[in-house]
Design a binder for this molecule. Structure first.
Ligand SMILES: [Zn+2]
Length: 332
C-alpha cells in the first residue's frame, strides 16, 4: 500500500510551523518547549467523545464507536480495551493533560478511524513469515519445544483459515529450514505482498511469570522503540517500512485485538521496534509474539494443538479485520 505520504508530511510540516494554540487536522495543538501536543479535552472534542476521569490517574473518552482510556504520566493507552504503547507519556502541559502530536497522528488516529487511512492499501496477497528455522531454533520452552516449529505450525493454520475465506496466502518458509532475515522481506516483495505478518514466540528467560501476547510494528523515525527508552542513538532516517506507518498500526492493532479475543491471553499490547523484517518490509507489516514459551501457562497453550489453533484463529481474524478496514476505506 502507499499511504498518502504527501498529505501527511504537509500536515506535520504545518504543525511544526505554528507556535501557540492552532488547529491541526481539525484538532487544536499547543506548543511547549518546541514540542507540539494535543490536549485530551481537545482530542475528545475532535472525536465527539465524552471525557471522564474514572480514577485519579485514568482519563477515559468514549463515543458510540470507541472507548479510549489514557493513564496519566504513562505511555499506556487502551483503545477498546487493547493496550497500545504511545511514544511519549501522557503529560501535563500547562493545566491540561496532553499527548505528543506524533502520537495523535501515528497511533491514536489510525486505531480510532482505521478506514480513513487505508484508501490505497492492497488486499490481494498475504505473506506469513514463520520466524527462525533450520539451525536457528529461536527460543525454547522448559520442555524443550522449539519456537521455529511452533511458529511454522501456527503459520500453516493461519494460512488454512485465510484460504478458506478466499484470501491468497504465501509463506516465506514452508518447512524447517534456514532463512535469512533479508530473504524474508525480499520474498515478500517478490510475491507482491499486500501484508507481511511475521510470527514468533517469546521468552523472558528465568522470569517465568512473564506471559501474554504482544504485537510489534515498526518504530517511527527519530523515536525510541518500546524496549529501548532512553538508551542508545535513535535512527532519524526513514526505513522502507516507515512508508506504511499508519497501515502498520492498523494491522498491528487488528491482530492484537483479535488474538486476545480468541485466546484470552494476557494483553501485552501493541509496541514498536526496529526488527529487520519490519524495517525492510515492502508493505504494511507486523510481528506477532504469540506467547512466552518461558511461562508454564503460555507454554501449555503453545504445545497444545487446540491452543495453537486458537492463536491461529486470532491472527487470521486480525488479518481479515484489517482487510475489511481496507475494503471499507476504498468504498467510502
Ligand atoms: Zn522469534
Amino acid at each position: 500500500m502507499r499511504p498518502n505520504k504527501t498529505a501527511l508530511l504537509l500536515v506535520i510540516g504545518l504543525t511544526a510551523m505554528f507556535t501557540a494554540a492552532t488547529a491541526f487536522a481539525g484538532v487544536r495543538t499547543i506548543t511547549s518547549r518546541g514540542k507540539t501536543y494535543v490536549t485530551l479535552s481537545n482530542l475528545a472534542a475532535y472525536y465527539g467523545m465524552t471525557i471522564t476521569q474514572p480514577a485519579r490517574n485514568r482519563i477515559r473518552m468514549q463515543n458510540k464507536y470507541n472507548k479510549i482510556e489514557f493513564q496519566t504520566e504513562s505511555r499506556s493507552v487502551w483503545v477498546n480495551g487493547i493496550l497500545v504503547a504511545l511514544n511519549e507519556p501522557v503529560r501535563k502541559v500547562g493545566w491540561s493533560w496532553a499527548i505528543d502530536t506524533t502520537d495523535f497522528v501515528k497511533t491514536i488516529e489510525p486505531v480510532s478511524r482505521p478506514s480513513e487511512f487505508l484508501k490505497t492499501a492492497g488486499t490481494r496477497t498475504v505473506v506469513l513469515d514463520p520466524g527462525h528455522g533450520g539451525d536457528d531454533k529461536g527460543t525454547s520452552s522448559p520442555r524443550n519445544v522449539h519456537e521455529k516449529l511452533i511458529v511454522l505450525d501456527v503459520a500453516k493454520r493461519v494460512q488454512a483459515k485465510l484460504e478458506a475465506r478466499g484470501i491468497n496466502v504465501a509463506l516465506t518458509r514452508e518447512s524447517d529450514r534456514d532463512l535469512d532475515l533479508d530473504a524474508r522481506c525480499r520474498k515478500a516483495a517478490a510475491l507482491r505482498a499486500d501484508i507481511l505478518v511475521s510470527i514468533h514466540a517469546n521468552s523472558a528467560g528465568k522470569k517465568r511469570d512473564v506471559r501474554g501476547a504482544e504485537t510489534f510494528v515498526l518504530a517511527l523515525p527519530g523515536r525510541y522503540s518500546s524496549n529501548s527508552y532512553g538508551g542508545g542513538a535513535i535512527p532519524t532516517s526513514n526505513n522502507t517500512g516507515n512508508r506504511c506507518d499508519l497501515a502498520n498500526m492498523v494491522l498491528g492493532y487488528r491482530i492484537q485485538q483479535n488474538l486476545i479475543k480468541a485466546t484470552g491471553q494476557e494483553d501485552r499490547g501493541i509496541k514498536r521496534a526496529r526488527f529487520e523484517v519490519l524495517r525492510d518490509a515492502p508493505c504494511p507489516a507486523a510481528l506477532v509474539e504469540m506467547a512466552f514459551l518461558s511461562n508454564p501457562k503460555d507454554e501449555a497453550i503453545a504445545i497444545d494443538p487446540a491452543g495453537r489453533d486458537r492463536i491461529a484463529r486470532g491472527i487470521a481474524d486480525g488479518i481479515t479485520a484489517y482487510l475489511s478496514d481496507v475494503t471499507r476505506a476504498r468504498t467510502k
